[in-house]
Design a protein around this ligand. Sequence first.
Ligand code: T4K
Length: 361
Amino acid sequence: MRFENPIFVTRSTVAPLNHYSKELESVWESGIFTHNGPKVRRFESEINRFLGCDSTVAVTNGTIAIQIAMRALDLTGGEIITTPFSWIATCSSILWERCTPVFVDIDPNTLNIDPSKIEAAVTKQTRAILGVHVFSNPCDVVKIDTVAKKHHLKVIYDGAHAFGVQHLGRSLLDFGDISTTSFHATKLLSSGEGGAVFANGSTKERLQSIRFFGHDPEKNIIDTGCNGKMTELHAALGLINLPLVPSILQKRKAIYQQYRSILDDKVRYQHFSENAYNFSYMPIILDSEKQLLRVIEELNANNVFPRRYFYPSLNTVNAVKEYTPCPISEDISSRIMTLPSYHDLDLKDVTAIAKMVLATL
Ligand code: T4K
């Protein structure tokens, strides 16, 4: 069966257009489009309420979120221990901040940075650990925290995928010195482009200042900032989409279960705890890259477009000057892909896609 219309890896879930126009009326009335206006402040407090925290600082996107986090912790110029299995933004943010990424290989089951290998990578220049909750699967935050404390390192978690996940009794985005997330159009919660940094106390105040040219609330210049402000238009989109998150979570879980019920043990999956996962991605691990490419070719021929998240392994990209072997990440990267999953994807279509994969295997 060939789908008439293309099925992409994901599709933005958005509230009806008239909800957006309604939300925008007050923006048009006030003429306030940016500078942490009422929509951004309400978006932050609604996220706090949703996640059960008080730490949200909305920013332009999930990439600037990581960069602002690094600035707020004064990491510029240091070595940052990180994972090679992520989107390029994790690594490019480190390079953009004139830091050196030091790659530590991943656990082949969780697909997150292997905490037992971190300590061996610590040097006198190490300033921080930057972990990624891959596909929303929580890093081993307890072990990472222990190593960080022992060596006086800062911890940042890139939680671009991890919105809505609760772990050890609180929001997964409330761990580390700073956590970050993304509200890109492809994410569980979309504001078109957008992101947030999460921290408490003086770190939160510093993040608020850095995103706004280094101003304090009275507009005195107290820091070297940048322009990382979310606009009122993006916050308005985030606000109308936030109430959809519980039903998106439910639907994505149903899609995940449907794929697994058909693919069964014919492919491998990321290991995760069902209570701390948001099912926003549907990663499957094949036996080899050759098999993976065959499956992709077959799906493409049927108008289905999965994505190779994440490929290539970041320790191998040109921008990274020194190659450090990370055999597990390089191997997984070569044979993992994510299948289509989004709110209005019909379970019948999921069944058909899963059967196409099976047929190719
Ligand atoms: N850290 C991690 C671990 C990340 O995964 C990311 C981003 C970041 C940091 C940085 O966050 P941001 O700075 O992006 O906020 C996508 C996203 O651009 C990117 O946000 C995401 N991770 C990455 C994993 O995936 P592409 O290049 O795969 O997107 P694209 O344009 O191919 O879109 C995929 C499908 O989504 C399309 O086929 C259709 C659908 N789509 C796409 C867009 C742009 C929509 O339905 N609406 C849209 O507006 O990167």
